[in-house]
Design a protein around this ligand. Structure first.
Ligand SMILES: [Zn+2]
Length: 456
């Protein structure tokens, strides 16, 4: 009997396909088209790709892995996708809270940036941002800032995926003094990071209200030339809409559409004050919306009509926005929870945005916003291996009746235990593997002193 069993085991092993890793967990949330959740599931990884998803028994029979990680008290889920942030602004965390957007920007952020932003600032700020994001289960971030080539270098150093846009803005800033300089800088940056396995270089005109029509059109042309995404802030505040309506008799969405800005892949952050006609434009042009509930609530900007957008078939993802006062952290678990609750509050309907929709926004929805739905956003064979393991052995995690609901309403970023990006483990048992955490925290404190002194 023993010999027969050994024989079959040998045959099974010989027939097994090689894999680099098998990760298994009590629950696997796949976010595949059927939204399958697998009890006692596993994922096999070879190189930078997922090569198998199934029950642990199925995966163990099909694959022979060089290494494995079994977490019988965890959820295995797709890495979370951030569709709008400003990572380096982590060094301004909490610099000015409880203000309206215009006051916050004009009285605090723009002056602080003018005095402090440099390549070194961006490198350490992005390290701090990537550290917090990876430890909290974010595997892809979408960024708009200055010296974006330095952000890209840092994302690669951290082993994190990024859609990273160089900012183009209509006044002198740290890296460029004119929009023409910024466009030239952006073109060099797009060329340098073409076909990178982790970085998608993007063009990021800051907003309609901070750029001329000519600069916006030139930004679109540059994005088209390199097949790059265009990232922009849109209809974040009532003031932005009122000013545009008064000056141009059109909404900001209508103006951008008229200028042709939506003529290619576009990610529009916020879209709080869009009306039905605006949403019809966003849908028709395939514009992805980055919903930032924490930021919109903290700056009292308003509540984006996200339930309506989803009903219309507009792609919507989530973003923490800036950590400097419009949110103060990079926490997609918090954004999922708040996105669901904010829609319930404003519609007075608890069904307005269910947990499954909130999780989808942080995974497949975000992937669609970025035009990367064939590569990331779900645990499916052939996709990039971006995975997170979230622990279920803490008081806030038990008991568990529904893994998806638990992810959105009960689990926290701090519960993330292991993270893999592009087939490489970057967080192991809650510890970052790619960055020097002590050095990053010490540098943040050093910068706090410099920044505080610069504002006196
Ligand atoms: Zn923003």
């Amino acid at each position: 009997m023993f010999r027969i069993c050994s024989f079959f085991l040998l045959i099974a092993t010989l027939g097994a396909a090689p894999a680099d890793w098998i990760w298994s967990a009590r629950w696997v949330i796949t976010e595949n088209p059927a939204r399958r959740v697998i009890e006692n599931g596993a994922v096999a990884i070879a190189g930078d790709r997922i090569v198998g998803v199934g029950t642990r028994a199925e995966i163990d029979a099909q694959f022979q892995a060089r290494q494995r990680l079994d977490r019988p008290q965890a959820i295995l889920a797709p890495g979370l996708i951030d569709t709008h942030t400003h990572a380096a602004m982590s060094l301004f965390r909490g610099i000015a809270d409880d203000l309206r957007l215009q006051d916050w920007l004009e009285k605090y952020i723009f002056p602080a940036e003018a005095k402090n932003v440099s390549p070194d600032f961006v490198r350490w700020g992005t390290r701090l941002g990537c550290l917090e994001m990876l430890l909290g289960g974010t595997t892809t971030f979408t960024d708009m800032y200055y010296f974006e080539d330095v952000v890209a270098e840092t994302a690669k150093e951290a082993g994190m995926r990024g859609v990273l846009g160089e900012t183009i803005i209509g006044f002198p800033v740290a890296d460029n003094k004119t929009p023409a300089d910024a466009l030239a800088y952006t073109e060099r940056y797009l060329t340098r990071f073409r076909n990178d396995p982790l970085v998608v270089a993007a063009v990021a005109p800051h907003a309609l209200y901070t750029n001329s029509d000519e600069t916006l059109k030139a930004s679109r042309a540059l994005a088209d030339k390199y097949h790059a995404p265009l990232l922009i802030h849109l209809s974040e505040t009532k003031k932005e809409n009122d000013d545009t309506l008064a000056a141009r008799h059109m909404t900001p969405t209508k103006v951008l559409d008229t200028l042709g800005v939506f003529g290619g892949r576009t990610v529009a952050a916020h879209c709080v004050w869009v009306d039905e006609a605006d949403m019809a434009i966003l849908k028709a042009r395939g514009v992805g919306v980055a919903h930032c509930p924490s930021s919109n609530m903290k700056l009292a900007s308003g509540a984006a009509p996200v339930a309506r957008m989803l009903a219309m078939g507009i792609h919507v993802g989530l973003g923490p926005d800036g950590p400097a006062g419009s949110n103060n952290d990079f926490n997609l678990f918090e954004e999922m929870d708040l996105a669901a609750k904010l829609q319930k509050l404003v519609t007075m309907d608890p069904r307005a945005l269910p947990a499954a929709s909130a999780l989808e926004m942080a995974t497949m929805g975000g992937a669609r916003v970025l035009g990367m739905e064939r590569e990331i956003g779900s645990l499916e064979t052939g996709k990039r291996a971006d995975l997170i393991l979230v622990r279920l052995d803490r008081p806030n995690a038990v008991p568990l009746y529904d893994a998806v609901s638990q992810m959105v309403y009960a689990l926290k970023a701090d519960d993330v235990r292991d993270v893999m990006v592009n087939g490489k483990p970057v967080v192991s048992d809650g510890r970052i593997l790619t960055l020097d955490e002590g050095a990053v925290l010490a540098k943040a404190e050093e910068y706090r002193g410099k920044i505080a002194a610069s504002l006196k």
